[in-house]
Write a protein of this length. Structure first.
Length: 77
């Protein structure tokens, strides 16, 4: 099973559309001062169970500001 290792949202590219937050609100919090979503505190617990939601969050971003690093168990030794 794949697991998300890290999530990065580029604040210089993000247009604060909140589309990514809609896809995975368990991990992404759009209620920030500058409008750029942040990773919720303790959200690492969802990095394995919500891989598909996070992939979708990256996919729907209109400016490709969401970068995911994903570990796949197939490549793990
Ligand atoms: S979907 Fe992209 S542009 Fe919209 S808030 Fe998320 S990172 Fe920013």
């Amino acid at each position: 099973m794949a697991r998300v290792l890290s999530i990065y949202i580029d604040p210089n590219t993000c247009t604060c559309s909140q589309a990514c937050v809609v896809e995975c609100p368990e991990v992404l919090d759009g209620d920030t001062q500058d409008g750029v979503p942040r990773i919720r505190e303790g959200a690492e617990e969802y990095f394995e169970s919500h891989v598909e939601q996070l992939k979708m969050a990256a996919y729907v971003c209109p400016v490709e500001a969401v970068a995911l690093q994903i570990e796949d168990e197939v490549t793990k030794f």
